[in-house]
Design a protein around this ligand. Structure first.
Ligand code: TXA
Ligand code: MG
Length: 346
């Protein structure tokens, strides 16, 4: 299969979307831009489309998909119940990078939810994604458009590199602004529970909901045989081929540690305005203590490490304040939870 890439911008008219709409209406899958990461979209009501999504990504069958809608009113087809907290969250954060888990409706096939009685729903803010959903008149099931286990794609070229020859069409809607996947919150538990941190932060959720629990798997490795609330958390994720190690501590200790361990293919990820004193090639991944800036280039850099043939990469650790949870969560997984504390130096 030949994979076509078509650029579409927010102002383009309906004709531009026709090819994608036709593919989606006929159970085919399309790579689409969203503000978080690119998605691999298919008709959420079609078992065939969903099967094609799982096949193209090589995704384990027990990992459920998020269903995307273009406005709140479309939620009623997907869920059996809309609690008032869902309305409150939507009012505050939709369209945007927040996914809510709610009891599923009968119309959603179990292949979307991997057999669960709940379904994940999100209304993305990317204008191209919303227009596409509107023009199809269908909710779109879409996981991130990467090969399973690889960093999520934030540019159309990332999708092309992973899925060339496996899907007919990719829509290039520019770089994803947020850079990390949506925040996932379950509203099926007695107290709402954060399953995956994203750029709608824990503090923002608490402001609307009051008490919010944070799933253990957000910042900790799973214990042997532990049951997971969100199946995606048990899989190795975001991992480049290089061995990633997170270093906690001061910048000067970071430099000494890294310089001592330098080999031919050693890289570093540091905060903006750092890099002096390092003897290895480095990437600046964003402003310290600014979670939006840190999340933005993260996956792009993890992919670039692979392209450069990196063998090891040492990363400056973001502070573990609750706003940086998304960045820390993705880095911990990229590093397979390898974190070294260099001490308290300033
Ligand atoms: O930003 C995003 O959320 C992107 C864009 C494309 O919207 N999508 C995305 O999808 O990241 P994916 O499939 O890569 O991650 C979905 C996560 C997985 O960890 C999955 O286990 C969890 O959401 N999930 C989906 N349905 C669930 C459910 N019913 N209960 C618990 N977790 C669920
Ligand atoms: Mg994913």
């Amino acid at each position: 299969m030949k994979t076509k890439v078509v650029k579409i911008s927010a102002d383009d008219k309906a004709e531009k979307y026709e090819e994608a709409v036709l593919y989606l209406k006929t159970d085919n899958v399309v790579g689409i831009p969203t503000e978080t990461v690119y998605g691999l979209a298919g008709n959420a009501f079609s078992e065939l489309a969903v099967k094609r999504i799982f096949e193209a990504k090589g995704r384990p069958q027990d990992n459920p998909l998020i269903v995307h809608i273009s406005e709140f009113s479309e939620i009623y087809d997907l869920v059996s119940e809309v609690p008032s907290v869902a309305e409150m969250l939507a009012k505050e954060f939709w369209p945007g990078p927040l996914t809510m888990i709610l009891p599923k409706s009968e119309k959603i096939p179990f292949c979307v939810t991997a057999g669960l009685d709940s379904v994940a729903v999100r209304c993305p803010s990317h204008p191209v994604a919303r227009k596409l959903i509107k023009n199809c008149g269908l909710p779109l099931a879409a996981p991130s458009a990467n090969i399973s286990g690889k960093p999520s794609p934030t540019k159309a070229i990332h999708v092309f590199k992973d899925l060339d020859g496996k899907i007919p069409l990719i829509i290039d809607g520019g770089e994803s602004e947020e850079g990390v996947e949506s925040t996932v919150i379950s509203l099926c538990t007695p107290v709402p529970k954060l399953l995956r941190p994203g750029n709608v932060t824990l503090t923002e959720l608490q402001r609307v909901l009051g008490n919010v629990l944070v799933d253990d798997a957000v910042l900790n490795p799973l214990k042997e045989g532990e049951k997971v609330s969100s199946p995606g958390m048990k899989y190795k994720h975001y991992s480049p081929d290089a061995q990633v190690v997170i270093l906690k501590g001061s910048y000067s200790d970071f430099c000494s540690y890294v310089n001592e361990r330098k080999t031919e293919n050693t890289y570093a990820m540091v905060f903006d305005d750092e890099g002096d004193g390092l003897n290895v090639e480095f990437f600046s991944y964003g402003k310290k203590n600014d979670y939006r800036s840190l999340s933005n280039k993260l996956f792009d850099i993890l992919r670039e490490l692979d392209e450069k043939g990196a063998k090891q990469c040492f990363v400056r650790c973001p502070d573990d304040n609750s706003d940086d949870l998304a960045v820390l969560n993705r880095l911990l997984r990229a590093a397979a939870f390898r974190v070294i504390d260099l001490g308290d130096g300033v």
